[in-house]
Design a protein around this ligand. Structure first.
Ligand code: ADP
Ligand code: BMX
Length: 507
């Protein structure tokens, strides 16, 4: 590898390209940015324009990637489109000459540009937008590939770097420079982890206009959103609750049964219908849903609780209906957060267990909400006569009603509780069985997480007499192992209040 490339291997290259025609668009300013960057950990520079290049060349011997940008009438190619540009950049002192190597209508073939760069004794950098262009550039013998043009050859500009392209290009075996939309140090580090030879950062270091906009826009969005309440919903296996929430206050609500005969599209329609009266009056949208949510896609952990189709695009489906991006969490995890922030947790580490249609769990440990599988508590296995069985199938709201039906009592779960309260042995036996299983779950969770408080919620968890049954089953434990059980202070609103607060935090 050439000495020049080696000098910024696994290092930062700062692109010092002020906003064109902006207050900083002068060679002396570019020199200032360049020297500041080199004094602070930058190991290479990317400089646009002959005047800027000459000025920076005179100020440092650091490796410089040179380029010329032009706006052409007959081609979308902007970066070093002509052979004369190559000659001028070489003359002005560029070590590496970057040119657009995208497969688009152009005045000069990529091969000719590459050849001209090498003829000047310089290194050729191909700015590409996809892996096919990278392969073509490598075949032409370019010295380095840049992901520079990814996201800029048409269509909506992405907000994140194209790390998939970076990883694929690295596998071609030629040095690859990660470039484009790298805005925070963590992204630059990730690029190195993915094998980038170097990382170019431009706007996030040398375009104060852009940086200022990012902060001003974020503050504006937060100001606008905080001036409005948050729309939140809790989509569970039995009910769908939609609410306007302000902090720990539920201002307005709407509720419908979650019909198991329907499907995710219908459940999303229900949320949109319930939220319709408040359209335009909320600044953020948060959702608590039964099941597993990952990357905006929704899957059932236990279809018995709700038959959610695998990988359903819930975030997009709701955003299109509500006209707002949606921040999604598992329902038990959202409720755990609500109880931590505003409820029984009162800011202390807690484990939250919802005994509802299914059984869900969430935990805040060290002040952080544990995000992961959706409310796994109900899916931990219990051996039932040798065969492992998800715990919730032995204790949840559905279990209680189904077991009552098998015993000849086709009643809902509240009716089973009412019968138990009136001394019906069959009903007490079913509720006791549920309490046996959940008490054991709480004891195990206490051992695993040792939370300051164990909050119990959900239709069953908050039912009369249920927590007393749990306390009775845990009374024998020594104090250091016995969970401190609290009812969900926010009741059935724990999910929507938690989801709302989590949504506001991601503005
Ligand atoms: P979801 O599971 O949709 O989040 P809930 O938390 O309300 O909804 O839990 C629903 C389960 O709790 C159902 O099995 C329902 O029959 C049961 N349930 C609701 N209210 C009561 C009550 N007062 N007493 C006993 N069981 C109840
Ligand atoms: C299930 C699982 C969890 C959920 C819990 C409570 C699904 C669809 N749900 O264990 O993700 O947190 O039920 O759900 O797999 P709820 O609908 O009873 O609140």
């Amino acid at each position: 590898m050439s000495d020049c490339l080696q000098r910024f291997a696994s290092s930062l290259v700062v692109s010092c390209q002020p906003v064109p025609e902006g207050p900083l668009d002068h060679p002396e300013q570019v020199v200032g940015f360049a020297l500041a960057a080199l004094a602070s950990g930058g190991r290479g520079l990317r400089i646009e324009g002959i005047a800027n290049l000459k000025a920076v060349r005179a100020a440092t011997d650091a490796p410089i990637i040179g380029l010329i940008k032009r706006d052409l009438d007959t081609s979308p190619i902007r970066i070093t489109p002509f052979l004369d540009d190559v000659a001028a950049l070489a003359e002005a002192g560029a070590d590496i000459i970057a040119f657009d190597a995208t497969d688009r209508v152009r005045p000069v073939p990529v091969a000719d540009l590459c050849k001209a760069v090498h003829a000047c004794g310089k290194l050729a950098m191909a700015d590409i937008s996809n892996i096919e262009e990278a392969k073509a550039a490598v075949a032409l013998g370019v010295d380095v590939v840049g992901t520079t043009m990814s996201g800029y050859t048409g269509g909506p500009e992405p907000s994140d770097p194209d790390f998939a392209l970076l990883a694929a290009a690295v596998r071609l075996g030629r040095p690859v420079i990660a470039e484009g939309r790298i805005r925070v140090p963590e992204q630059a580090a990730e690029a190195i982890r993915l094998g980038a030879h170097g990382v170019v950062v431009g706007s996030a270091i040398t375009r104060p206009e852009h940086i200022t906009h990012w902060f001003a826009d974020a503050i504006g969005a937060a100001r606008a959103a905080s001036a409005k309440p948050t729309l939140a919903f809790d989509l569970g296996g039995t009910k769908t609750l939609v609410a306007l929430v302000d902090g720990d206050r539920v201002l307005e609500t709407g509720e419908r049964s979650t019909s198991r005969e329907l499907g995710p599209d219908d459940w999303c329609d229900t949320i949109a219908e319930l939220a319709a009266p408040w359209r335009g009056h909320y600044g953020a949208v948060g959702g608590a849903v039964t099941g597993v949510v990952h990357g905006g896609r929704w899957t059932a952990l236990n279809p018995g609780t709700l038959p959610v189709s695998s990988n359903y695009p819930l975030a997009d489906a709701l955003a299109s209906r509500l006209g707002h991006p949606v921040v999604l969490h598992n329902d038990a995890q959202a409720a755990a957060w609500g109880e931590y922030r505003f409820g029984a947790g009162a800011g202390r580490d807690l484990v939250f267990v919802t005994v509802s249609t299914g059984i869900g769990g969430g935990a805040i440990i060290g002040g952080r909400l544990l995000i992961g599988r959706g409310g796994v508590a109900g899916s931990v296995g219990l051996t039932q006569g040798g065969a492992p069985s998800p715990l919730e199938t032995l204790a949840s709201g559905r279990f209680i009603a189904e077991t009552a039906a098998v015993a000849g009592h086709s009643v809902d779960t509240p009716a089973v509780f009412a019968a138990a309260a009136h001394g019906e042995v069959w009903a007490s036996a079913i509720v006791d069985r549920s309490a046996d299983v959940v008490a054991r779950l709480l004891a195990d969770l206490q051992l695993l997480f040792d939370p300051a408080v164990m909050v119990v919620g959900g239709g069953v968890g908050l039912a009369d007499g249920y927590r007393a049954r749990l306390e009775a089953r845990l009374a024998h434990l020594p104090p250091h192992l016995k969970p401190e059980i609290r009812a969900a202070a926010l009741g059935k609103s724990a999910g929507v209040i938690g989801a709302a607060d989590l949504a506001r935090r991601t503005l």
